[in-house]
Design a protein around this ligand. Structure first.
Ligand SMILES: Nc1ncnc2c1ncn2[C@@H]1O[C@H](COP(=O)(O)OP(=O)(O)OP(=O)(O)O)[C@@H](O)[C@H]1O
Ligand SMILES: [Mg+2]
Length: 265
C-alpha cells in the first residue's frame, strides 16, 4: 500500500476536492482505496459518505489516532471519517508520539487490504498534519495561483517543525514530494503571470504530465468540480458536456500523479 497525503498549510486551495476526486479516480481504475480524513471540518467526509461505492468505517479518525479502532468493514473503497474531537488532539502533547505510532501501526495493519491510502489534512500545521507526513510515502500539495500561496511554498518546504525537508530529514526519510499542483487555474493575465513566476522559481516542484512534453500538471477552475464535490460524485462519471470537458482536462494530471506513485493504472 502506498500512502499519499494532501498537504498545504493554506486553507481552501482544494486539498479535499483533489483528494476525493483522486480517490474516486483510483477506485474507478480498480485500485483498493482507503481514505482517512484528518480534518475536523470534515469536507472530505461529507463528500465521500455520499458516494455509493464507499463504505464508511465504524470508527472515526480521532479514534484511530487514539488507538480505539476495530476491524474495518469489507469493501475496496473505505472511508475513515473525521470528527470534532480531532481538534483537541493538539492540546494533548503527552499523547503526540502515540498518535503517530497508532497511525503508523494502523497503516501497517491494513497495508495488504488496500493499494492506496489517501490522507486529507487540516490547513494548520499541527500533530495531525505531522502524523500524516511522518507516516506517508508521498505528499501532494495543491496551491492556488496567488502571491500569498506562492510565498507559502517556502513554508511547505522549510517550516522549522513541519516543513517537508525537516520531516524527511528527521522523521520520515522515505517521504517524497510529488509536487505542487496548481488548482482553480483561470486564464486571467494575473494567474498567467503567477504561473510563469511559479515555473521560473519552482519548476522542479511542478509535476510533469509526461516526460516528453514540457506540460505541467494543473487543475482548471470549473464549476463541475465544485458540484461533483458537493454531491460526493466522481467527475469522470458526469454526463454533462461541461463536466466531461473538465474531466478530460484534469485526467492527464491525475495520471501523472498515479504514475509518480508507481501505481499500476
Ligand atoms: N478546480 C476547482 N474548480 C472549482 N471549484 C473547486 C476546484 N477545486 C476546489 N473547488 C471548490 O473550492 C472549495 C474549496 O476546496 P477544498 O475544500 O477542496 O479546499 P481545501 O484546501 O480542502 O480547504 P480547507 O483548507 O478548508 O480544508 C470547495 O467548495 C471545492 O469544491
Ligand atoms: Mg479540506
Amino acid at each position: 500500500m502506498k500512502t499519499i497525503v494532501l498537504a498545504n498549510q493554506k486553507g481552501g486551495v482544494g486539498k479535499s476536492a483533489v483528494g476525493c476526486q483522486y480517490a474516486y479516480y483510483l477506485a474507478d481504475l480498480g485500485q483498493r482505496v482507503i481514505f482517512i480524513d484528518l480534518d475536523h471540518q470534515m469536507n472530505s467526509t461529507r463528500a465521500l459518505i455520499q458516494n455509493r461505492r464507499a463504505t464508511v468505517a465504524d470508527f472515526t479518525s480521532s479514534e484511530l489516532l487514539d488507538g480505539q479502532y476495530e476491524k474495518l468493514p469489507g469493501g475496496d473503497f473505505v472511508i475513515v471519517r473525521g470528527d470534532d474531537s480531532l481538534s483537541r488532539l493538539e492540546r494533548q502533547p503527552d499523547n503526540h508520539n502515540s498518535y503517530v505510532n497508532e497511525l503508523k501501526s494502523f497503516l501497517e495493519t491494513v497495508s495488504d487490504q488496500f493499494d492506496v491510502c489517501i490522507i486529507d489534512t487540516n490547513p494548520n500545521p499541527d500533530i495531525r498534519y505531522a502524523s500524516a507526513l511522518i507516516t506517508s510515502n508521498y505528499v501532494l500539495s495543491p496551491i492556488q495561483l496567488n502571491q500569498e500561496a506562492l510565498d507559502g511554498i517556502g513554508s511547505l518546504l522549510n517550516h522549522n517543525r513541519y516543513g517537508y525537508r525537516k520531516i524527511k530529514a528527521a522523521l520520515n526519510p522515505t517521504l517524497e514530494l510529488i509536487g505542487i499542483l496548481p488548482n482553480m487555474v483561470e486564464p486571467t493575465p494575473f494567474q498567467r503571470d503567477n504561473f510563469k513566476q511559479l515555473v521560473t522559481e519552482f519548476a522542479r516542484l511542478l509535476i510533469n504530465v509526461d516526460e516528453n512534453s514540457k506540460q505541467f500538471a494543473f487543475i482548471p477552475k470549473r464549476s463541475a468540480i465544485a458540484e461533483a464535490q458537493a454531491e460526493g460524485l466522481f467527475l469522470g462519471d458526469f454526463k454533462k458536456t461541461a463536466a466531461r470537458d473538465a474531466w478530460r482536462e484534469i485526467k492527464p494530471s491525475f495520471d501523472a500523479v498515479a504514475r509518480y506513485m508507481k501505481l499500476e493504472v
